[in-house]
Design a protein around this ligand. Structure first.
Ligand SMILES: [Zn+2]
Ligand SMILES: [Zn+2]
Length: 861
């Protein structure tokens, strides 16, 4: 019984005949009904049930006499309320003069500078404020002293506020370097300053530094981890040099760099193209670039990075494609521009029709204005003001030029703000849920609903519907196959016969929002429970680009690891988590306007009324390329879901700690999905990647030491005799010092550091051998050697050699028309063999002790 229940049923009120425990529920509901009838309580619906709120009219406030004897009074709050009450009673405007402002990247550059002036408020600042007074008034920025600013990491970037006396950090900064930057804002010119750092109890990162404060304040500033051999990163730097050689200053606004008279495709301006052509002929450029890249190569293991091993070819190919790539980089802008033009044209037609309802005309006028504001923003990029469509910034955001202050290839949400359109940017992997259909986003204190997806022209099929894709999701490893007729998974070779099939996948680029006046309890519940997001992957490039190694211990296989650079990671939004029919995925959209429509049958019906509009169900996705690693534990371990979850978080955190990564820089996803975990996909979330995964693949002993780090993280140690022992101060199953983190809360109940199978796996891994295998390339001379001797042991007919597509294969039985491929056959090999009527059989890279069943059946064994 709750405290209020006890008080209500107390014998003080009733004597001996008070309500009994079994009557309590009835008693409370009767009481609530009565209170409701007398308007003391008001019923409000929340989520799936009802709640009651005390009516303000039923509150009576009394003056209380301060009593020094009341031991229960909290001295802090008593003093706080009395002092606020006293200051409210005093003449002057003190209480209402509190003012604090944002200083973040979302604030326009000039407003940000005014705020810095107001915050410093020294002689020079006051002069500037005076000269900007009219402009400031225009944007509703006061000209008085600003006592407080709320800052995002933009404040780290060299903003000088000499008079700053106090810095409050709302959590522990990621690294000692960030701490030095942020805390260093205060106490300049030798004056004293106070820096307060708040460490959240639920953040392992904050707790880690709280326990080791010295390391944060006076710790070593580690150089950032960056994958120097990342092709995108190298290409963007080559582009920068190439553009400098072309000596063509780009105009600040994007359309000034394009031929806007050519409405067919708004190609790059003729003048630019001529300059690019000249740059291509420049013979000095490749030499200069080679010299730059040569400064990088000593730090890279060239064997693992074919691009860097041959820098001349890399430079040549990037320069050859640069002009074309420059052109395609503007494709997203062109889509946005065309979309806004079309929207404006449509609205204009309605506006000028003679017989439309007055409401419709007004709505059209509003749409016209929104489209005009958007065009204004797209067309007038400026070098100042942090304009998102300033040409150089746009080229960096799209990854053509280097730039690290903002997410690469973000999704945009267009916001009809007070003055013109504003745009919110989010990294695309977050945007798939945060900008999900009918979600809410916030901007300058107001809520906006994501009402529309911006649909670029040319993505509709002839019937007017959106051209969607089909994905086959491998039920073993989670790889996504885009060819609907594929029979085998390209990553693990298993059959796709029973693979999950998603037929209406559609890539979302950007979204539109509309201000929302009210946020309902339904919205809160929707936001809280969120979407069912699934991550899948596909290797890119040639099959031979995927590196594969196998960890073995005492002859038994522990795990197969495959690493691919720039693997395509796709995140799918399958629908609301709480939707009625789980098998029905996606959202209903109007394929003509992009408006998200209400889906009353399957989700909660938030969204526009369909009316007469065309309807199409799509599964929104976003894609990006990331260095990725697939870890498949040997099936003989038979790990269940909690064991896979424990292993996942142990390995991810061990990588974070041993590679000094921030939380979230290395992500792990269970494959094929959260409910069925057979493999683990690790990928580098940072721009360009940190190069950690390729080091794991190429440095001998890395996995072994990683397994030891994971065990140490789980509070285990090895004593003097090398015996494995539990640590000094361990937790029971998991805690924030070991496996739990703020980010893996959905998995907390699955984590168990004492699970014997996981421990044995990690112990074996710590003592494992690494065996290189390259599954995609055919076995080299003697590569099938162990298999041939085993096949002899098993008394199978001796295989002969055959050549397919120029590659020699040793395990071919002409009588059976059978080719067996240790380590699995590539897609191309399977295709070529199928064309000749040859069966292809995937074998493990190394022969097992007994004859594999699939091989045996061909020989009647
Ligand atoms: Zn697979
Ligand atoms: Zn623990």
């Amino acid at each position: 019984m709750s405290a209020i229940g006890k008080a209500l049923c107390h014998s003080r009120l009733w004597g001996a005949d008070g309500p009994k425990r079994k009557h309590y529920a009835d008693f409370i509901s009767t009481l609530i009904k009565a209170a409701e009838a007398h308007e003391i309580l008001r019923k409000i619906p929340i989520g799936g049930g009802d709640a009651w709120r005390l009516s303000p009219a039923a509150l009576r406030l009394h003056v209380a006499m301060p009593s020094s004897e009341d031991a229960k009074a909290n001295a802090f709050f008593r003093d706080l309320y009395t002092s606020v009450a006293t200051s409210l009673g005093e003449p002057g405007a003190l209480t209402f003069s509190f003012e604090a402002r944002e200083h973040t990247a979302q604030v326009e550059n000039d407003v940000r500078q005014w705020r810095e002036d107001r915050f410093r408020f020294e002689e020079a600042d006051r002069q500037r404020i005076l000269s900007n007074k009219e402009l400031m008034k225009d944007k509703e920025e006061p000209d008085s002293f600003l006592p407080m600013m709320f800052c995002s990491p933009t404040m780290e970037l060299g903003v000088d506020i000499s008079a700053l006396s106090t810095v409050y950090l709302r959590n522990a900064p990621p690294t000692p370097a960030n701490y030095a930057q942020r805390a260093g804002r205060a106490g300049r010119s030798g004056q004293a300053a106070l820096v307060v750092t708040y460490c959240a109890a639920q953040s392992p990162h904050d707790q880690y530094y709280f326990n080791d404060r010295k390391q944060l304040v006076a710790g070593q500033v580690k150089p950032p981890a960056l994958d120097l051999a990342n092709r995108d990163l190298l290409a963007s730097h080559i582009h920068a040099e190439w553009l400098a050689t072309a000596r063509v200053p780009l105009a600040a606004s994007i359309p000034q760099n394009l031929d806007m008279d050519n409405t067919d495709g708004f190609p790059v301006a003729e003048e630019h193209l001529r300059a690019f052509e000249r740059a291509k002929q420049n013979t000095q450029l490749p030499l200069d670039l080679k010299a730059i890249i040569d400064t990088v190569t000593p730090y890279v293991e060239l064997e693992a990075f074919p691009d860097l091993a041959d820098p001349e070819t890399l430079i040549e190919s990037v320069i050859a494609a640069a002009s074309g790539d420059f052109d395609t980089t503007f494709e997203r802008w062109r889509d946005l521009y065309r979309g806004a033009l079309r929207e404006q044209g449509d609205a204009d037609q309605v506006r000028n029709k003679t017989n439309v309802a007055p409401g419709e005309r007004k709505a059209a006028a509003n749409r016209y204005k929104l489209a005009a504001d958007e065009l204004e923003m797209l067309v007038h990029g400026r070098a100042t003001n942090g304009s998102d469509f300033y040409t150089y910034r746009y080229l960096a955001t799209e990854g053509f030029l280097p730039g690290y202050n903002f997410p690469r290839l973000p999704l945009y949400a267009f916001i009809p703000a007070m003055r013109g359109t504003a745009v919110l940017q989010r990294p695309r992997f977050l945007a798939i849920s945060e900008f999900g259909p009918n979600s809410l986003v916030y901007h300058e204190g107001r809520a906006f609903r994501i009402t529309k997806a911006k649909l670029p022209a040319g993505r509709r099929s002839d019937d007017g519907n959106l051209a969607t894709e089909t994905l086959l999701l491998c039920g073993q490893c989670g790889a996504a196959e885009t060819s609907a007729v594929a029979e085998r998974c390209q990553a693990c070779g298993s059959s796709l016969g029973e693979a999950e099939r998603l037929d209406s996948v559609f890539r979302i680029e950007n979204v539109e929002t509309y201000p929302t006046a009210r946020i309902t309890a339904n919205d809160e519940d929707r936001q809280r429970r969120g979407f069912e997001i699934q991550t899948v992957f596909a290797w890119t490039g040639d099959p031979g680009d995927v590196q594969t190694i196998r960890l073995k211990h005492g002859g038994a296989s522990l795990a197969a690891l495959s690493f691919g650079r720039r693997a395509k990671i796709t995140r799918l939004n399958k629908g609301l988590k709480r939707r009625a029919e789980k098998a029905i995925c996606g959202f209903v959209i109007d394929p003509l306007t992009g408006r998200w429509l209400a889906d009353k049958n399957n989700d909660d019906g938030t969204g526009a009324e369909p009316g007469k509009s065309r309807q199409q169900r799509i599964v929104p996705v976003v894609e990006d390329h990331k260095n990725s690693l697939l870890l498949i534990p040997d099936p003989s371990f038979g790990f269940n879901l909690p064991e896979m979850a424990t292993l996942q978080h142990a390995l991810v955190r061990a990588i974070e700690i041993s590679e000094s990564l921030e939380e979230g820089e290395m992500l792990g996803e269970p494959m094929p999905n959260r409910d069925d975990r057979r493999a683990l996909l690790l990928y580098e979330a940072t721009e360009g990647g940190a190069g950690v995964l390729s080091r794991l693949m190429n440095t001998p002993g890395r996995w072994q030491s990683l397994a030891r780090s994971a065990l140490e993280l789980m509070h285990y140690t090895f004593d003097d005799k090398g015996e494995f022992v539990d640590g000094n101060n361990p937790c029971v199953e998991a805690c924030y010092r070991c496996l739990m983190s703020y980010y893996n809360q959905p998995d907390h109940e699955n984590l168990d550091r004492t699970n014997r199978k996981v421990i044995d796996f990690l112990l074996a891994m710590a003592a494992s051998d690494t065996v290189k295998a390259n599954r995609a390339s055919p076995p080299r001379d003697g590569g099938s050697g162990p298999w041939i001797s085993r096949i002899n042991d098993w008394e199978l007919p001796a295989p002969s050699a055959t050549t397919v597509d120029g590659h020699k294969h040793d395990l071919y039985w002409p009588g059976q028309l059978l080719l067996a491929v240790p380590g699995g056959a590539s897609e191309n090999l399977i295709a070529s063999c199928t064309a000749r009527g040859i069966d292809v059989l995937d074998l493990p890279a190394d022969p097992p002790a007994t004859i594999p069943a699939n091989l045996a059946q061909y020989f009647g064994k």
